[in-house]
Design a protein around this ligand. Structure first.
Ligand code: F7E
Length: 328
């Protein structure tokens, strides 16, 4: 029997990779997209969603995770075997500017979905996109036992969603899990995150289209993996016998400065000649070091990140160089 998955945030980086993973496995994939007039469906436009096709298995639905009654209607209609809650306001800087909205989209969306699953009475398995941003000020390396110490509205909202997911698992016996993903990137990453910004900047400078790249704190340490591999971990969590929470990470920290070095080296440039500091990219509070220990996922799910941060930086920079060169 084929399974049905509902993905919130299907048009985002992770949603698009997850849909690409599930469709060849035989899943029917229902994706939630915001019903705005300006669609941003570039990441999923290659997936067949012609609803007139009898074999269609990829469907888009308008809706917003802030709209509880819409979620109930949708869940009743789709009756998914699995729900992946990937929709969020995921920019940390933006979360400081829009703290209340961030709470609604990245925090209480989990409650709305969990409550909708409980009300509709489906045996649905639920994946909550939790994040290393919840660890905030906690000393690195962090794993599933590290106490949460968020330092941004985004981290705090995600910590609330994390605890609601655990509460519904414990109180109602729902199969509900938290995947605690550390930074995961790709050529599909939104342009304002530092990795994509650097990869695009290096490619544009190498092509003579700009001279400088403006950045904030270069000392922050992050554990950057390849998003395409992380969605495999998300799926694996929902196939386990028992629901549990897992960290997804590479385990190796690099600084923003290192990432600059990897990207600019890939195009034969010295980043120090092209990068300027601008304080507009500093945040009211910064997370100094996020480094994950994913040994539980390796042990229990046989999941590992294979693409290292230097490989990822190269892959992302090459994608930008190719994009600038245009179609062959
Ligand atoms: O920043 C520094 C910045 O915005 C990384 C999200 O996926 O991962 C992500 O959040 C570091 C920070 O990612 C610029 O201050 C310097 O220290 O790429 P980012 P993030 O804040 O770690 C977590 C795990 C999530 O869950 C989030 O959703 O880079 N940095 N200069 C800069 N960052 C940006 N964006 N732009 C700069 O110009």
């Amino acid at each position: 029997m084929t399974k049905t998955a509902l993905i919130t945030g299907v048009a985002g980086q992770d949603g698009s990779y997850l849909a690409e993973l599930l469709l060849p496995k035989g899943y029917t994939v229902d994706g939630l997209v915001r019903g705005s007039s300006s669609y941003n469906l570039g990441r999923i436009s290659h997936l067949n969603h012609d609803v007139h096709d009898e074999d269609a298995r990829f469907f888009l639905h308008h809706g917003d995770v802030a709209d509880g009654s819409r979620l109930i209607t949708l869940l009743s209609r789709v009756a998914p075997d699995e729900v992946y809650n990937l929709a969020a306001t995921s920019h940390i800087s933006l979360s400081f500017a829009e703290p209340e909205l961030t709470g609604m989209t990245s925090g209480s969306s989990a409650t709305r979905l969990l409550e909708a699953i409980r009300m509709v009475g489906l045996p649905t398995r639920y994946y909550q996109a939790s994040t290393s941003a919840m660890f905030g000020a906690a000393a690195a390396p962090q794993d599933e036992t590290t106490p949460l110490q968020p330092v941004s509205p985004y981290g705090a909202a995600k910590a609330y969603a994390y605890w609601m997911t655990r509460s519904y698992r414990e109180a109602y016996g729902l199969y509900a899990v938290n995947g605690i993903a550390f930074n995961h990137e790709s050529p599909r990453r939104d342009e304002s995150f530092v990795t994509r910004k650097i990869a695009m900047g290096a490619a544009a400078i190498a092509a003579g289209r700009q001279d400088f790249l403006y950045l904030g704190n270069l000392d922050a340490e992050r554990d950057w993996g390849y998003a395409k591999e992380y969605v495999e971990g998300m799926w694996a969590m929902l196939q386990a016998d028992e629901p549990d929470d897992f960290v997804l990470a590479t385990g190796t920290p690099y600084t923003v400065r290192d990432f600059l070095d990897f990207c600019f080296s890939a195009v034969g440039l010295d980043w120090e000649k092209h990068v300027k500091f601008n304080d507009r990219y500093l945040r009211p509070a910064e997370v100094d070091a996020l480094v994950g220990d994913a040994s539980k996922a390796a042990r229990e799910l046989a999941w590992r990140a294979h693409v290292t941060t230097p490989d990822l930086a190269r892959l992302m920079t090459e994608a930008e160089v190719a994009a600038l060169a245009g179609p062959v």
